[in-house]
Ligand binder design. Structure first.
Ligand SMILES: *[C@@H]1O[C@H](CO)[C@@H](O)[C@H](O)[C@H]1NC(C)=O
Ligand SMILES: *[C@@H]1O[C@H](CO)[C@@H](O)[C@H](O)[C@H]1NC(C)=O
Ligand SMILES: *[C@@H]1O[C@H](CO)[C@@H](O)[C@H](O)[C@H]1NC(C)=O
Length: 491
């Protein structure tokens, strides 16, 4: 740091400012006396005044530059102690450089240089150590108007799961975990330790076995909803699976859900002929309403509507309250669970399009009838049937791109809340860089991309939710904006 005396020189209350005016005054006087023929006897010649002024300015610029450098150093020092903490294997990855689109740098951390997680078998699971990883002392979070609830089905990669809690941590947010019964004992143990440590982490006691055909997925999410509805403070729940990574900061999530304004965010595509016709699907047969008094008999005895989409989605608190307290979806879930494939992809969708059932934040089947699907932002996945070359990471699994560090710019830019999926044993720098990005947005106040307010507020389901009770409302199924799925990928 430089000497105090020099800083005092620039103190606005001290001499320099008035001196500058004096020079300026003299300069004007000099000009006025006789601008064409400066007085030879006067030592204050026009040229001299100019020269002195220039000198003065030069000296000042030097000082200003030195001061600027000092301030930059001070800021850097402050930031250094608040910078995002990396794990050793990703320490060398410069996420900022990837974010700016430095392609040659990207080569040095992708392909054969891709960084995989090096698991820590001796992770310190004391409460103090967990807390220190999730919310280090000195981290300050602003209060939220509304928190968010996360309902996640998990079975592997504890360190990544804990990272997820860290990335979305806020004392007003709530995290519910349903563990697959097949998960290793150590995974169970670690999750139990986290749940015992943090009051806003809930671990379901009843464990079912989930599989890739979707069996028990809806049940696990529903059980989380039943636990979450007793927790105050959140106004939306997002349904998630193990390797889904939230890519918006806690403040951004709060803002986006405020823009959705109570509308559920659910992907809607046509039901794919999976419905088992040997069962009855009307609310009466499904024992759907806990209290049938006051329910329109036509609704009660009519087959509900069906649609298909991602098991992930966002539900308003009102919708969850309805699903848990007004309705009882046990029979509905059981009937689907007896199916063979993709049995989890009709759950939230069907309630979302069955407007007559009256779930808060619902949508309609009106767009399906027009042959149009409905966009959602809760999940981003890249379905590629043309092969791995279309993926940023050039790697694909079950027709969905595995995300790698090549996807980082897309992560930062897209309007989606969550990206599916990142596998730590395939590429961990994408997880760490996403965590750093959210950290920078949350704790350093950085804004790398402004949220697209127009996107969220003009979604078809959002406009429907806001206006459908207006008799003049006309359902417009084609959004006015360019859907994320039609955008360039990868960026
Ligand atoms: C996060 O902020 C730090 C400090 O400004 C910067 O060096 C780093 O590149 C940023 N990372 C990302 C992903 O924006
Ligand atoms: C675990 O972390 C806590 C808190 O940081 C510390 O007090 C304790 O000594 C650690 N235990 C081990 C075995 O390192
Ligand atoms: C069932 O609903 C009716 C009409 O809404 C209401 O009057 C009645 O009290 C409810 N019954 C119970 C047991 O909640």
């Amino acid at each position: 740091m430089r000497s105090k005396v020099r800083y005092q020189l620039l103190d606005p209350s001290a001499a320099p400012k008035s001196c500058r005016f004096l020079w300026l005054f003299l300069f004007i006087v000099a000009c006025c006396i006789d601008p064409l023929k400066p007085d030879e006897r006067n030592p204050m010649t026009y040229e001299q005044v100019m020269k002195d002024l220039r000198n003065e300015i030069d000296q000042r610029n030097v000082m200003i530059n030195e001061l600027k450098k000092d301030f930059e150093k001070m800021e850097l020092k402050n930031e250094l102690k608040n910078l995002y903490r990396r794990r050793p294997e990703t320490e060398h990855v410069d996420c900022g450089r990837v974010l700016t689109g430095d392609k040659s740098y990207l080569d040095s951390v992708s392909g054969k240089n891709r960084v995989k997680i090096v698991e820590n078998d001796n992770l310190n699971m004391s409460c103090a150590a967990i807390m220190n990883r999730i919310l280090p002392a000195g981290s300050v979070l602003k209060p939220l108007k509304h928190g968010v609830a996360f309902a996640r089905i998990v079975y592997a990669d504890y360190e990544m799961i804990e990272k997820q809690v860290q990335m979305s941590y806020h004392s007003q947010n709530t995290f519910c975990f349903a563990i697959d019964r097949k998960a290793p004992a150590k995974f169970h143990e670690r999750l139990r330790a986290m749940a015992a440590c943090l009051p806003n982490v809930l671990l379901l006691p009843d464990e079912e076995s989930v599989d890739s055909a979707g069996h028990n997925i809806n049940l696990a999410h529903y059980n989380c909803m039943r636990a979450l509805i007793n927790k105050p403070g959140w106004n939306y729940v997002i349904l998630l699976q193990n390797h889904d990574v939230i890519v918006k900061s806690v403040y951004e999530m709060e803002q986006i859900y405020e823009w959705l304004g109570g509308a559920n965010d659910i992907e809607i595509t046509p039901e794919g002929g999976r419905l088992d016709k040997k069962f009855k699907w009307d609310p009466k047969s499904l024992k759907m309403f806990r209290n049938e008094t006051g329910i329109n008999p036509t609704v009660l005895h009519s087959k509900m509507k069906f649609a298909k989409g991602a098991a992930q989605g966002s539900l308003s608190r009102g919708a969850v309250d309805w699903m848990v307290r007004t309705a009882d979806l046990t029979t509905y879930i059981e009937q689907w669970n007896k199916g063979g494939f993709g049995v989890d992809e009709q759950f939230i969708q069907s309630f979302q399009v069955s407007a007559d059932l009256g779930m808060p934040g619902h949508f309609t089947d009106g767009c399906l009838k027009q042959g149009k699907n409905t966009d959602f932002v809760s999940r981003m996945s890249q379905w590629k049937y043309g092969g791995a070359d279309q993926c940023g990471s050039k790697t694909i699994r079950h027709a969905i791109c595995l995300l790698g560090i090549e996807d980082f710019r897309t992560v930062a830019a897209y309007p989606n809340l969550m990206f599916n999926k990142m596998i730590p044993s395939f590429d961990y720098s994408i997880v760490e860089c996403t965590a750093e990005l959210l950290y920078n947005r949350t704790f350093l106040g950085q804004e790398d991309h402004k949220l697209e307010e127009d996107y969220y507020t003009n979604m078809v389901n959002v406009l429907y939710h806001k206006n459908h009770l207006d008799p003049n409302f006309k359902l417009e199924c084609k959004p006015t904006y360019k859907r994320w799925a039609e955008r360039q990928y990868p960026l």
